[in-house]
Design a protein around this ligand. Structure first.
Ligand code: MN
Length: 130
């Protein structure tokens, strides 16, 4: 909100701030050994991002992402639903408000553990492929 009477120089409006709604982003299937998972790349290089990309995952009841590992980290925030993240020999229950850090090289899998969609954001470095 610009206070009344204050004008900003026009270059301010050329900065690349961007708003995108999830419903405008195509849903993809992550493939691999996954079930009931949709993935939306909310913010990527196409939006001007150079270091981090933001993804939205939705896992149906009974669904799961592949059990996998890769040389980049994940930072996850649970939006809604109940789930769990499994690692090597351990797992943690997840619910709305929980944040998860998965270290690079760490085996991980996200699973829906409830009866409604399990929805979470996952931020990855821009060099990540999945
Ligand atoms: Mn991963």
């Amino acid at each position: 909100m610009i206070p009344h009477g204050l004008s900003l120089p026009s270059p301010c409006y050329n900065l690349p701030m961007k708003v995108v709604h999830r419903d405008k982003v195509a849903a993809e299937n992550p493939g691999g050994d996954s079930r009931g998972v949709t993935l939306r790349w909310l913010i990527t290089q196409g939006d001007g991002a150079s270091r981090f990309f933001m993804r939205l995952f939705e896992i149906e009841p009974g669904g799961y992402t592949p059990l996998h590992s890769h040389p980049w980290e994940h930072e996850v925030f649970v939006v809604s639903g109940l789930g769990e993240v499994r690692g090597e020999g351990r797992s943690f229950p997840l619910g709305p408000g929980d944040a998860v850090y998965v270290e690079e090289g760490e085996t991980h899998q996200f699973r829906n553990a409830g009866g409604s969609p399990f929805v979470f954001l996952c931020v990855v470095p821009s060099h990540a492929a999945g």
